[in-house]
Design a protein around this ligand. Structure first.
Ligand code: DGY
Length: 325
């Protein structure tokens, strides 16, 4: 008998087909957003789960699903997993690193350009039929090439953004991260380490790429925004909750910083209502990794983790490999 697994959200049909060769698959191609109780119900009798950031796997879920052995997240971020509880319950957690690095770095840069160069604001102006002449200062934004790019969080995606900034746009790149990169990697990225206050004070554009953890909650709030230049832009492609969205909306309205580009939000898919009425912000619905080839690669890696572990005993990208021993 094939092991039973749950694919908790809609996914590429070819990935479902691959999984069906190894598993008895319960899928959710209608893409219903289950409540925690419904998720527990769907997980009954399943040894594996294909999850996304919207399925919270915590101690309560684990206690109610004793047959579960692995949750394979189709995301590099895994703040929907209580990793400690999963490890204690002997449930393997996997994610999808590497396959989305360059695509997400591309998007970070796209959002930076759109924000600094006021693309959304000017497009709304044009669509509203308000454009009736050229004007010397119309939608004049901030320079990107040759400016100073600050990066908070310097993992794979941060490094991809640094390379684009330093080598593509001639930017001075500074970063802050708990652990400093070695000299060779800093040289490859064209980036130098600075303290967090120095980063906030000096950069023209601040890019957030750090993983979410309770310690990272509201890493950027009113106090941090006040340390930035009034001409600065802020881009968040990391996770909602890293920025205090209410404080950011107020800062944008009051001109504490010039503009922001946000792909992630506290409590998404809800967006703080104040952000929806501020003109100098570009808002996108968590799409930084959303190209078809990259999303397919992510889905395949999550599927290969399920097959690797449940069929061959060898997952590809385990987050809590202690479970394997
Ligand atoms: C990730 O991989 O963590 C993304 O945020 C999901 O698209």
């Amino acid at each position: 008998m094939k092991p039973a697994i749950l694919v908790a959200r809609a996914v590429f049909p070819e990935v479902l087909e691959k999984l069906s060769q190894h598993f008895d698959v319960t899928s959710n191609q209608e893409d219903i957003l289950w409540t925690p109780a419904e998720l527990i119900q769907q997980l009954q009798g399943k040894t594996g789960a294909f999850t996304t950031g919207s399925e919270r796997i915590d101690a309560a879920v684990l206690a109610s699903c004793p047959e579960l052995k692995i949750c394979a997240n189709m995301a590099v971020g895994f703040n929907n997993f209580d990793l400690t509880a999963m490890t204690a319950a002997g449930v393997l957690a996997t994610n999808t690193p590497d396959v989305l690095t360059e695509t997400t770095a591309d998007f970070g840069f796209a959002l930076l350009l759109a924000t600094a160069r006021r693309m959304a604001e000017s497009e709304h102006f044009l669509r509203a039929g308000l454009w009736n002449r050229w004007r010397y200062d119309m939608f004049a934004g901030a320079e990107v090439h040759g400016s100073t790019l600050g990066i908070l969080g310097m993992g794979r995606i941060g490094q991809g953004i640094a390379k684009r900034g330093a080598h593509g746009f001639g930017m001075k790149v500074i970063y802050h991260n708990r652990s400093r990169l070695d000299a060779a990697r800093e040289a490859a990225c064209g980036a130098s380490w600075v303290s967090k206050p120095e980063l906030l004070k000096t950069c023209d554009h601040l890019m957030l790429v750090l993983p979410y953890s309770p310690q990272a909650h509201h890493t950027i709030g009113a106090a941090e925004l006040a340390q930035m230049k009034p001409t600065a832009t802020l881009v968040n492609i990391a996770r909602g909750g890293i920025v205090d969205d209410a404080a950011l909306a107020a800062a944008l309205r009051q001109g504490v910083i010039a503009a922001a580009g946000l792909d992630v939000f506290e409590g998404e898919p809800k967006v703080h209502p104040d952000l929806l009425t501020v003109p100098n912000v570009v808002l996108t619905p968590h799409i930084a990794s959303a190209t078809t080839p990259t999303r397919l690669a992510m889905a395949n890696l999550a599927a290969d983790n399920l097959i690797g572990y449940l069929v061959h005993g060898k997952p590809l990208t385990a987050l809590n490999p202690q479970v394997l021993s």
